[in-house]
Unconditional design. Structure first.
Ligand code: PLP
Length: 409
């Protein structure tokens, strides 16, 4: 089901025309569909219903508090990678027994907070971290539940900057180190070894790497004979960013996991980010200028790479559509760029784009994940607003940062 679509040549989010929003709120801004968010969460749960996993939404993909509260209401847990994300998840009302703490460089302060809040699992990524978690737990007289993050040496066949499961990456511990570390943890008084976790990367659309990971986990379990309470399979489920692209077949993944847990007494945890939030959001931007130069039309938007970093960071391509469909086309190539003083501040180059003019609006699509959460104040630009649409209603869920706040620090 698609809640962001053209209706009578107008781009609409649920029942609201984006043009209405563009006139009401100052551009650029992010706009999300609540029904799309709920639809995605339920279709994820539904695809895996035979294994009843804990779904821990990856907060780094989008940490807007209003959206987190909505996710909490429909039963989501959280995967957090900093104390900030942990406190935000708790503030959204998410039960700490559904919160998993991941990350390769947790500080003492972060570990202490996670222990005090009694999160479900702290997923450790090195021997030094294990020692630190044990030491802090001892000081606090606690027995802390931990998981070990395995680096399975499986690459996700995705963009190299979002691949985390290869041998050469900083994440997790290798197969042999994992076995040794688990045996060491079993002897530590203030730790409870409850989980084995993996996360091999993001935007993976092919089932094969997930299949390989499951077989490696099986090998480890057979070797060390530990009954893990939780197997945390991470996130990474890929979505389709355009009509041409395939998304991951969740039903197929579900069948593999079902086979994997057969004869095991284990709870599966998933940490999806992009799959839940990716297609729920668009970025609405106004065309400031159109500049013709060397047979190319530069369409200069009021949104820049500081507002949406994915194209510059990962060479990601987000579709751009005018808020109102037109019939004429540009004869020249168009290149959508932002106002930032960087040549990588460009979003898309396209031939045969619909004819649009200065002052018109466009939407960059599928920007719900790693859009706002990756934004910055680069070029001393305020972070932009976020709007939530539900049915025929819309509301501001994050204010645009004020210039006063921006220049005072
Ligand atoms: C980023 C991340 C996720 C979420 O990845 P998606 O591709 O958005 O599903 C899950 N787990 C960990 C440990 C992560 O770092």
């Amino acid at each position: 089901m698609n809640y962001i679509r053209l209706r009578k040549n107008n781009l609409c989010v649920e029942n609201i025309s984006t043009l209405t929003l563009a006139k009401k709120y100052r551009t650029p801004f992010y706009c999300y569909s609540l029904s799309q968010l709920k639809n995605n969460f339920y279709s994820f749960k539904n695809a895996f219903k035979i294994i009843k996993p804990i779904v821990a939404f990856s907060i780094k993909s989008n940490s807007n508090l209003a959206l987190l509260k909505e996710l909490k209401k429909i039963g989501s847990g959280a995967d957090v990678v900093s104390v900030g994300e942990l406190l935000k998840a708790i503030k959204a009302g998410i039960n700490t027994k559904k919160i998993v703490f991941s990350g390769v460089g947790k500080t003492e302060e972060e570990i202490r907070m996670a222990i005090k809040k009694r999160v479900l699992l702290i997923n450790v990524e090195s021997e030094s971290e294990v020692n630190l978690v044990n030491k802090i737990s001892k000081k606090l007289s606690k027995k802390t539940s931990i998981g070990v993050r395995l680096n399975p040496n499986v690459t996700g066949k995705t963009h190299k900057k979002i691949s985390t499961g290869g041998r050469g990456e900083k994440f997790g511990v290798t197969y042999n180190d994992c076995i040794n570390l688990c045996e060491k943890i079993l002897k530590m008084k203030n730790l409870k070894l409850e989980g084995l976790s993996v996360h091999i990367g993001s935007q993976i659309t092919n089932i094969k790497p997930f299949k390989e990971v499951l077989s490696i986990i099986n090998k480890i379990i057979n070797k060390i004979k530990i009954d893990f309470k939780f197997i945390d399979l991470g996130g990474g489920m890929g979505i389709s960013y355009s009509n041409k692209e395939q998304h991951l077949n969740l039903k197929q993944y579900s069948r593999l996991v079902k086979k994997f847990i057969k004869n095991k007494n284990v709870k599966i945890i998933f940490e999806p980010g992009r799959f839940i939030i990716g297609n729920t959001g668009i970025l609405i931007s106004k065309i400031i200028y159109i500049k013709k130069s060397n047979n190319k039309n530069f369409i200069i938007l009021d949104a820049g790479m500081n507002d949406l970093m994915r194209p510059a960071l990962y060479a990601a391509q987000h579709q751009i559509i005018p808020l109102r469909k037109t019939n004429k086309k540009f004869r020249e190539i168009v290149e959508f760029v932002g106002p930032i003083c960087e040549s990588s501040d460009k979003f898309l180059t396209q031939r045969g784009f619909e004819k649009i003019k200065e002052g018109d609006y466009v939407a960059l699509t599928h920007v719900g994940a790693y859009g706002m959460s990756l934004s910055s104040n680069y070029n001393t630009r305020p972070t932009i607003a976020e709007i939530l649409v539900s049915g025929s209603k819309h509301k501001l869920i994050k204010k645009r940062q004020s210039l006063e706040n921006l220049i005072n620090n």
